[in-house]
Write a protein that binds this ligand. Structure first.
Ligand code: PEP
Ligand code: MG
Length: 750
């Protein structure tokens, strides 16, 4: 790059820095800046468009276009060339703007006489802030150097916007991160919470985007990168060699940390007048906008690695660690792009709610959030860039909605909702110790699902009769290596202690599919949900299964033990798994360990095939537990993790209900106790219909026990059954409308 261009660019940034230092109002600053840029780039026009809300851009200052268009001309993201620059986070450089795809004529601006157009996004770490445009009459394409110079200027504008340099009285110039914002995500765990933002990774603030001494900045950058390399090498040296995924990420970190291309681009940015941290951010912003458009999953992951590395580098350069000295609010709502189950557990029950930008319903973090009964909303785009530590925030885990910095009206409506729920909780507490007996005299036993020690206190408070499903995989998921037998035995023992004699059905390890252990070699399977998972892994690699069974026997220490095997698809699998347990009991006895006083061995019915297993299977199983989450996905062939299809088929679809009834009947024939432990058991209308179809035992999240008991105690199951039968006879697809109608007549609204 020519030396003169560099120094010109530095001069321009120097002039921008001066306007930042001046004590002037936001609009004045913007006007001056457009003038300086047009002057320096020798263009007739320079305009700055800033986002007015997430969807709308507004012309906030211009040199060259009609001044009366300022704060009047607006476009939606994607509309016109300016809107397209913002939408795709990519520059548009053309000598013939009207001929360019997406061009839209804005008559009030008087821009028709300008033929060439160069627009670049104003963005910071993935947050879109606006668009910077220069235009000129001469029909020519701008050079790469000019494009680069404008990008550098845009980076400085982004930092200035972030610092609030353009805040003013004018309507388009409200400060960032102050407006109320509504986010629509996906529900990960029900429940509502009001609190204050606690960022898992606090934002880095760059106060010095422009620097005068490039040599000094390059030295700072070099020193920071050296420090980064050392820390990556250190991480590599202590990483477990069996953890291939972690090693892969760290190797990618090392590759980037040593990448000449990355370093060279940042040094060029510094030559143009950016400070070291602004240069890192500029390259990070480019990588982030690419991240959004790259279809290849592997490449996306690598860009994600580069993003993480840039964050580390920024923290080194600014000295702003994760520890900012900020105090965690009393009612923290955790905001993160994504979070691992271990990290989430370390926050524990302190959190009032969780909002993630990514995540999935079946992710480990979601499982932990569910276990801790913390409202969770996932897929909340932009939340990490929009929220600031301490912002007021309301999380509606039922609707998957988040209100950031809500206005008073929204707050009031939300608080009313919370109060109503609290009132209902009080009502449920009053029936905690009575059985769920319906008006027609049928008693349904209600149990809870659990997976952590932390769940056990809910056994008492919810009024559940026992733990119908204890998911043992959480203990495996949150560790870096396979837990030891003694560790597990102690844990299972503590779970039984806490249950105080109530029955706990321990499900043996259910891994594979979405639950991949961090220390297990990931298997590249085309359809993991139909793949090598749960009991299939247990039987093929029986070492871990046997170790777990020994731990369960030892944990029981003479008390009754209940074990169930997950994802059994045929009789044989159950028989073999059961034999393993019987053999381990034998072996433990020979080793002198106390045996459980009684042992119940059950199977989870999660594949339709098992419903058609021979009678002998039902006779052999001490009990059956219907894993409705999996059973439903296989019954309808609709992936439970796929947002597009997961809600497509109603649980109260006549086919599915009839199938549940058939299972209940088969179990009845052999007197095999049967329970339903999928998420649907925790939904009142679904639970009621299951009971009407013949199920007498349900296992659910603890918070559902009260509402379901309250509903069951108020209804006559024979009547509900009548409504269902009539709906089936009418040829309805789902019995839901009829049942809801019936319940409404009884005074229930769902
Ligand atoms: C189920 O499939 O319904 C179940 C309870 O198991 P999980 O959700 O753990 O797969
Ligand atoms: Mg399952």
């Amino acid at each position: 790059m020519a030396h003169s261009l560099e120094s010109e660019s530095r001069k321009l940034l120097g002039r921008l820095k001066e306007t930042l230092a001046e004590d002037s109002a936001g609009q004045e600053r913007l006007d001056r800046i457009t003038h300086i840029i047009a002057d320096s780039m020798r263009t007739e026009v320079c305009s700055i468009y800033l986002f007015r809300d997430a969807e709308t851009l507004e012309l906030c200052a211009t040199e060259g276009l009609k001044p009366e268009a300022v704060h009047i001309t607006r476009m939606r993201i994607g509309e016109g060339l300016v809107g397209r620059v913002a939408k795709f986070s990519r520059a548009i450089n053309t000598g013939n703007a009207p001929a360019e795809k997406g061009f839209r004529y804005m008559p009030e601006t008087g821009e028709e006489i300008y033929s060439s157009f160069l627009g670049v996004p104003i963005q910071r770490l993935g947050e879109r802030m606006g668009v910077l445009v220069v235009q000129s009459k001469e029909a020519r394409q701008f050079s790469d150097d000019e494009l680069y110079a404008l990008e550098v200027v845009a980076m400085v504008l982004a930092e200035m916007t972030e610092l609030g340099a353009f805040v003013g009285e004018e309507s388009g110039l409200s400060a960032l991160h102050q407006r109320p914002e509504l986010f629509r995500g996906t529900s990960g765990q029900e429940g509502v919470a009001a609190g204050h933002v606690w960022l898992h990774e606090p934002r880095v603030v760059v106060t010095n985007p422009v620097a005068d001494d490039p040599a000094a900045e390059k030295t700072r950058l070099q020193e920071a990168v050296d420090q980064l390399r050392v820390s990556v090498d250190e991480m590599l040296s202590i990483a477990s060699t069996s953890d291939t995924e972690q090693l892969q990420v760290l190797e990618a970190y090392r590759m980037f940390a040593n990448s000449r291309g990355w370093m060279r681009r940042m040094e060029e940015d510094i030559d143009r007048g950016l400070s070291a941290e602004a240069a890192v951010e500029k390259e990070q912003s480019v990588a982030r906008s690419r991240l959004q458009t790259v279809p290849d999953a592997y490449l996306r992951e690598r860009l994600q690695d580069l993003d993480d590395l840039s964050n580390r580098l920024l923290r080194i350069l600014t000295g702003q660690g994760n520890e900012t000295g900020a105090e965690m609010p009393e009612d923290p709502i955790l905001i993160a792009r994504n979070i691992g189950p271990g990290e989430l557990l370390s926050y524990g029950r302190k959190l009032a709610g969780i909002v993630l930008e990514e995540g999935s319903v079946g992710s480990h973090a979601a499982i932990v959030a569910r276990a801790l009964a913390i409202p969770l909303v996932i897929h909340c785009k932009r939340i990490t860039t929009e929220a600031l530590n301490g912002d007021k925030i309301l999380v509606d885990g039922e609707q998957g909605v988040v209100h950031l910095r809500p206005d008073e009206q929204v707050q009031k409506a939300f608080m009313d909702k919370i109060a109503m729920q609290a009132e209902a909780q009080e009502r449920y507490a009053s029936i905690r110790d009575v059985p769920a007996t319906t008006k027609c005299g049928t008693t349904i036993s209600l149990h809870m699902n659990a997976g952590l020690m932390a769940d056990l206190p809910s056994l008492e408070s919810s009024g559940a009769e026992g733990v119908g499903l204890f998911r043992t995989e959480l203990q495996f998921l949150i560790r870096n290596k396979v837990p030891r037998r003694a560790e597990l035995a102690a844990l299972y023992g503590r779970v039984m202690d806490a249950a105080q004699g109530k029955r706990v059905a321990f499900r043996t390890l259910d891994i594979g599919s979405d639950k991949v252990l961090p220390y297990m070699k990931p298997n590249d399977e085309p359809n993991p949900a139909l793949g090598w998972r749960a009991i299939r892994v247990g039987l093929d690699k029986s070492g871990v299964l046997r170790m777990q069974l020994q731990a369960l026997i030892r944990g029981a220490g003479g008390r009754p033990l209940t074990v169930m095997f997950p994802f059994v698809a045929q009789f044989d699998e159950f028989k073999t798994a059961r034999e393993y347990l019987l053999r381990e009991l034998d072996r433990e006895e020979k080793l002198g360990h106390t045996l459980p006083s009684s042992v119940e061995i059950g199977a989870m019915l999660e594949t339709p095939s098992l419903a058609f297993a021979p009678r002998q299977f039902f006779e052999m199983a001490d009990f059956i537990s219907i894993g409705g989450n999996d059973l439903k996905q296989f019954f309808f062939a609709a992936d439970r993790e796929n947002e597009r299809v997961r809600r497509r088929y109603d649980t109260l679809n006549v086919s599915f209900l009839t199938f549940i009834e058939q299972i209940a009947n088969r179990c009845d024939d052999t007197d095999t106790p049967v329970s339903f432990c999928g998420e649907d058991a925790g939904r009142p209308v679904e639970a009621l219909c299951f009971a009407a179809m013949g199920l007498r035992s349900l296992s659910m999240r603890p918070a559902s026990v009260g509402p379901i008991k309250s509903l069951l105690r108020s209804v006559d199951l024979t009547e509900v059954r009548g409504v269902i039968d009539e709906s089936i006879a009418n040829g309805d697809q789902s019995v839901r409308p009829s049942v809801l109608d019936y319940l409404a007549r009884q005074g229930w609204a769902f």
